[in-house]
Structure formats: structure tokens, C-alpha cells
Design a protein around this ligand. Structure first.
Ligand SMILES: [Zn+2]
Length: 426
């Protein structure tokens, strides 16, 4: 991504190297040239950042861009434009496309589409098994060389535990992180929401939290046996957080993420049978939500990933039990986290930004998520006081599927710069 523009981001609260302070950021030739005070650069385009946070561009290590194969839901251009609007400059997309991203050709195709669109750095995550079938392993070496950011069969777990063990061992040889989607398909048993008081009240089949926790524990134990790292996707339960906490205490190299919706909403939201609340894993209870926030605070949960999962209206505009799972999340992620975590004082702004920038970047070794002189100019300018109401009709994403339409949120991305180029705002 080449940036010929010169930008002077003036008077913001600049978050650099873990510390925040008032200052100016000069962007030239695609890099952060200077971070300083009272900079005067006549040829620069001025961005007034007074009262705003100037932070590293957000990094998302879990999204779905739907291309190739499902362009009616989203494509790489629309998805990465939505990401830019959400403050993201690096996004890692899962492999459940059609064809599946289980070979270098598809990996290269996604990278090229991302570059051509120019809205964000698109880093494909390749499949762990061919066709996501849980049988034959993909060519990790070839995928690593093609630029895969990680390996995952996200959307389902690898059913056969021994195959998962082999996959972990194989991925380790090529330096690729394996991302586990912890879900026991048998235990899900047709469940469409969290199993509990609300599923009973609403008469909808519930999914036990054990469907998530058993596979999570299994995959962590397999990583321990192979003496390798593993990353757990979308932790949604209090018990899941406990499993990761205990594994870390034992010295197992596990990292994990949760998604904004689990920190903000609960299964009570399903009350109106809005299929936009259907997501996998499902929205859980208030006890889970509280436990996830605590796990973010104590470092058990390393990062926040959107699990942006856009769908076409037709995929959602059906009865709850057969509706597609997923939330279009890029454009609400930062505001939901600000509203649920920073505003009530659970996390400081610096702590939240860490969970959405260098922490996820470091998990996959992406070399992103830092705002420093000399580095690529990937920057988000965020207004922490702006209050706004979610209107999916205004989403850049083709997926208008959010259960948060009409919700009042605090915190708004005003500008995004990726590789020195203004990708949103202005
Ligand atoms: Zn998943």
C-alpha cells in the first residue's frame, strides 16, 4: 500500500509505545515520520485530533470476508471498507469461503483482492484441513510461504482429536499458529441459542456451554502435549475463561480472544426472536459476560477479535432456528467495547487499545498494531465522547446483520490511515 499523502494529525492524545500523551503525528511516504509537539508542516493535510485518541490502527485476527464464493453476503472490497470504517488497518479472514482457502492459490487470490481494494491489510487465515472436512491436513509449508497468517478450520472444530494433534505438530514446524474453533458438533445437538433460562422461556433449543468448553480443554491439552502454542477463538463462557486461566497458570502456551458482542449483550437479547442475535457461540448470560470482562482485566483473555460475520438479509430473514449465525461487527466493534468496557471503568482506554492492536498482532506475529516513528503509518483517530446510534443501513459492510440496531453507543472512529493512505474519514 503506497501513500503519497502527507498528513499532520494535530493535537490528539497519541498512544505510542504503551504511553499516551498530547502530541502531533506526521505521516509521510506511508510511514510515521515524526511524533512530536507543535509540528509545522505547510505541505501536510491537517487532521484536527483535539479531544481524540490517536492510536495504532486496530488489528482483527478473526473475521469473515466471504470472498470467494459468497459475494452476496460480502466481498473483500466491501468487508475491508467496513473494517476501515471501524478503525481497522489489519484484518485476518477465515478460510470458510468457496472454494475453501486450503491452498496457496486461494490464499494469494485473497491477498491480491485485499491489495487491489486498498482499504486495509488483508491477511488470510488458511484452513487446517482440506475442505474444512477435518480429515486430510493442508500443506502448512506452502500456505506459510503464500502468506497465510495462521491455520484454522474456524466454523467447526477438528472432530478427530488425533488429527488435531497432528495438525498442531505440523503447523509448529512451519511457524504457523493454530486457531481452535472450540465447538463439539454432537453436543450442539441442534441448539440455536445458549441453553438456560431464556432458551426454556422462549422455547428454542439450547446449546450447552460444555459444547464449547470440552473442545477448548481438549485442544489446549493437545497443544501442551505437542509443546506448542494454540489460540482459542471466541471464548464466550465463564467456564471457558477459567479453563484458559488454569492452562496459563500451568505454563501452557495458550492465548485466546473474545468478541465484542459477548462483552456487551446476553441471551436476554434473543427475547424478541430477532435472528440477528443468532451467533456462534451464542450470546451467554450476565454471569458469563461479567466473567469475560474480569478475564480481560486479569490477562486471561489476550485480545478482542470481531468475528465479523456478514450475511445477506435472506440468510437472516427466516425463522430463528434456521437463520444463519453471525453478526456484522467491524463497524460497531470499537464503540461496543468502549461502551461496555471503558465507559464503566473496567478497562482504561490504553488497556482496551492494547487488546485491539498489538496484543492480537503479537499472537499471530503480524508485526502490526504499533504507532511509532519509522513504522508503517497505520493509525486510527477515535473520538471517545461521540455518542451515536447504530444504523445498519449506513454500514459499509454488505452485511446489515446486527442485533444492535438502534442501540446508543459511545466512541466513534473519525479517521483511519493505512500505510499512509486515508482509508476512512475526512
Ligand atoms: Zn469460529
Amino acid at each position: 500500500m503506497s501513500g503519497n499523502g502527507v498528513y499532520l494529525i494535530r493535537g490528539g492524545n497519541v498512544l505510542s509505545q504503551g504511553a499516551a500523551g498530547s502530541g502531533d503525528v506526521l505521516v509521510r511516504n506511508g510511514i510515521v515520520e515524526t511524533i512530536g509537539q507543535g509540528l509545522e508542516v505547510p505541505e501536510a493535510v491537517l487532521i484536527d485530533a483535539s479531544g481524540m485518541w490517536v492510536v495504532p490502527g486496530l488489528v482483527d485476527i478473526h473475521c469473515h470476508l466471504r470472498e470467494p464464493g459468497f459475494e452476496h453476503k460480502e466481498d473483500i472490497a466491501s468487508g475491508s471498507a467496513a473494517a476501515a470504517k471501524g478503525g481497522f488497518t489489519t484484518i485476518c479472514c477465515m478460510a470458510n469461503t468457496d472454494p475453501v482457502n486450503d491452498n496457496a492459490v486461494v490464499t494469494e487470490f485473497i491477498k491480491k483482492k485485499g491489495r487491489d481494494a486498498g482499504h486495509a491489510r488483508v491477511r488470510p487465515i488458511a484452513a487446517l484441513t482440506k475442505g474444512l472436512l477435518g480429515e486430510e491436513l493442508t500443506e502448512a509449508g506452502e500456505l506459510a510461504e503464500a502468506g497465510a497468517a495462521a491455520l484454522s478450520d474456524d466454523g467447526k472444530s477438528v472432530r478427530n482429536a488425533n488429527r488435531m494433534r497432528l495438525a498442531l505438530s505440523y503447523a509448529k514446524r512451519f511457524g504457523l499458529t493454530v486457531i481452535s474453533h472450540p465447538e463439539d458438533a454432537d453436543l450442539v445437538n441442534g441448539g440455536v441459542m445458549n441453553e438456560g433460562r431464556w432458551s426454556t422461556a422462549l422455547g428454542l433449543p439450547g446449546t450447552t456451554r460444555a459444547a464449547e468448553e470440552t473442545v477448548m480443554a481438549r485442544d489446549i491439552m493437545l497443544a501442551a502435549v505437542e509443546n506448542t502454542g494454540i489460540h482459542i477463538a471466541h471464548v464466550s463462557t465463564a467456564g471457558g475463561a477459567d479453563i484458559v486461566r488454569e492452562a496459563k497458570r500451568r505454563g501452557i502456551r495458550v492465548t485466546c480472544e473474545t468478541a465484542p458482542h459477548y462483552l456487551y449483550a446476553t441471551d436476554e437479547l434473543v427475547r424478541e426472536y430477532d435472528s440477528n442475535t443468532k451467533v456462534n457461540p451464542p450470546l451467554r448470560t450476565e454471569e458469563d459476560r461479567t466473567a469475560l470482562i474480569e478475564a480481560l482485566r486479569d490477562g486471561t483473555i489476550d485480545c478482542i477479535a470481531t468475528d465479523h460475520a456478514p450475511h445477506h438479509l435472506d440468510d437472516k430473514n427466516v425463522e430463528y432456528s434456521i437463520a444463519a449465525s453471525g453478526i456484522s461487527g467491524f463497524e460497531t466493534a470499537l464503540a461496543i467495547c468502549w461502551t461496555a468496557l471503558v465507559k464503566p471503568g473496567f478497562l482504561s482506554p490504553e488497556e482496551l487499545f492494547a487488546k485491539m492492536t498489538h496484543a492480537p498482532s503479537d499472537i499471530l506475529g503480524l508485526d502490526a498494531g504499533r504507532l511509532e516513528a519509522g513504522r508503517a503509518a497505520d493509525i486510527a483517530v477515535i473520538d471517545p465522547c461521540a455518542e451515536w446510534t447504530v444504523d445498519p443501513a449506513k454500514f459499509a459492510s454488505r452485511g446489515k446483520n446486527t442485533p444492535f440496531a438502534g442501540h446508543a453507543l459511545t466512541g466513534l472512529v473519525r479517521y483511519t490511515i493505512c500505510g499512509g493512505k486515508l482509508t476512512y474519514g475526512g
